[in-house]
Design a protein around this ligand. Structure first.
Ligand code: ADP
Ligand code: MG
Length: 433
């Protein structure tokens, strides 16, 4: 079990040992004691309370941009293929905001009793709103509740392609017969049926066959049935027979909840201010919202830094030219200007969540000492000040102390250390890298 809490091992042991032991004994009566271990990658000895992405295992982050082979299909029944479900698209991890609660509830109702209510279920909405997520969520949930059911998920393009192939091969077995044994047919993006007369015809027969047999049909489109151009009237009216729900753009709170859910899935922690900044500024599509977050995580991983508001703003600006930033009053063009050692002390203190007096004071704990040494190093490197002058900025310290600090940080930079990541992130804040 992994606790991602700013608690020490001892605190967790003191507070939760008994409860954990009790649960463990229920599963496995022989358990006598519980050992607590802090996963070494999570250790942040310098600064135990700060959430830092860079502490997380690289393998976990790699998952985020791992490529999934495109062609993933399974044979379901009678030669009928279904697209594989994306295991991440469940009804459970779909966040139902106030605007798409109805769509989510309808999907849940359908998955509990397919073929009895809301048939067909027709979801429509703009690009990146979560329609595919919901459709696949229904499919997986139907299967979870009854693994013997044959669930077929496909895009309308795939359906059209199969029809074209069947016609080409003079395959006489009509589609509707082949699809007879399907219990739940899910077709995504049916707007592509427009003006494809023979495909529409086949789909109409298949639809009727399944509907009459009490099988569930779930459809999605970018617009409501009546606005589907080039679609026969009889199909439009069939599509409207059950439940038609719009999947709407989520509000700010829902966007925040989605980002937090995605961080949980990716197993990373990102500063809540950064999440808030993304939620404020990427409001037109959930796909783009999630995309920016994924980008920020991957970018931070590659550059060995932590996603900051300015790094995320930079990504957003590169994608949407002339974007007007909202919330938190951030202007990315206003890079932090460092003119004096005082500016650098402010910046470093803020970065490590310390006060200025902590940094220049005499506290010798590691979580203050290291940031102090980092600050001395940066002043020396960026402002080229003498060791004596730097010592003066830090409460009149001796120049040998400053020399030692600069050497120490210089050595740390040679390694792939925490200090290296911090210095990279700080330089980024100033716009140096
Ligand atoms: P659409 O099919 O409407 O174009 P998708 O279903 O592909 O959109 O959604 C795009 C991305 O947004 C997916 O990664 C999906 O998981 C995510 N997403 C959309 N809405 C939600 C939500 N309410 N909760 C969680 N994730 C969501
Ligand atoms: Mg889709």
């Amino acid at each position: 079990m992994l606790f991602i809490l700013p608690l020490s091992k001892n605190e967790i042991r003191a507070r939760h040992q008994a409860a954990i032991l009790q649960v463990a004994k229920e599963q496995c009566p022989d358990v006598r004691e519980i050992n607590f271990e802090v996963k070494s990658i999570l250790k942040d000895e310098d600064h135990p309370h700060k959430i830092r992405m860079s502490l997380f295992q690289t393998d976990e982050i790699k998952k985020v941009h791992r490529k999934v082979p495109k062609k993933q299909e399974v044979f379901v029944v009678d030669g009928i293929r279904s697209k594989m479900f994306n295991q991440r698209y469940t009804l459970h991890n779909f966040i139902p905001g106030k605007d798409n609660r109805l769509a989510h509830a309808a999907c849940q109702a359908v998955s509990v009793k397919p073929g009895s209510i809301y048939n067909p279920l027709f979801l429509y909405g703009g690009v990146g709103m979560g329609k595919t997520h919901l459709l696949q969520g229904v499919g997986m949930e139907v299967l979870r509740q009854d693994p013997s059911k044959s669930v077929v998920y496909m895009t309308s393009e795939k359906f059209i392609q199969e029809i074209v192939e069947a016609i080409g091969k003079r395959n006489t077995k009509p589609f509707k017969e082949r699809y007879r044994n399907v219990d739940c047919l899910i077709v995504d993006d049916i707007q592509f049926f427009g003006n494809k007369a023979s495909s529409q015809q086949e789909f109409f027969h298949t639809f009727n066959e399944l509907y009459d047999a009490g099988k569930q049909i779930v459809l999605s489109s970018d617009r409501p049935p009546k606005e589907l151009d080039g679609l026969e009237e009889r199909l439009k009216s069939r599509f409207s027979m059950g439940m038609v729900v719009e999947v709407l753009l989520p509000d700010f709170e829902t966007r925040m909840a989605i980002l937090k859910e995605k961080c949980k899935e990716f197993e990373v922690l990102v500063d809540p201010d950064v999440l808030e900044f993304i939620a404020y500024n990427v409001s037109h599509s959930v796909r783009e919202l999630v995309g920016i977050l994924t980008n920020a995580i991957a970018d931070a991983h590659l550059t060995q830094t932590t996603p900051t508001i300015s790094s995320v703003a930079h990504t957003i600006r590169s994608l949407y030219k002339d974007h007007e930033f909202q919330g938190l009053n951030v202007d990315i063009d206003k890079r932090i200007v460092v003119k004096s050692s005082d500016d650098l002390i402010d910046l470093v203190a803020h970065y490590y969540s310390l006060t200025k007096s902590d940094l220049v004071g005499s506290d010798r704990r590691k979580e203050v000492m290291v940031p102090r040494q980092v600050c001395m190093y940066l002043i020396r490197e960026m402002l080229d000040q003498s060791y004596e002058a730097i010592g003066d900025c830090f409460g009149g310290r001796n120049h040998t102390t400053v020399l030692h600090a600069c050497n120490k940080i210089g050595f740390a930079l040679e390694e792939n250390s925490r200090v290296k990541r911090d210095i990279n992130a700080l330089k980024r804040e100033i716009g140096l890298v």
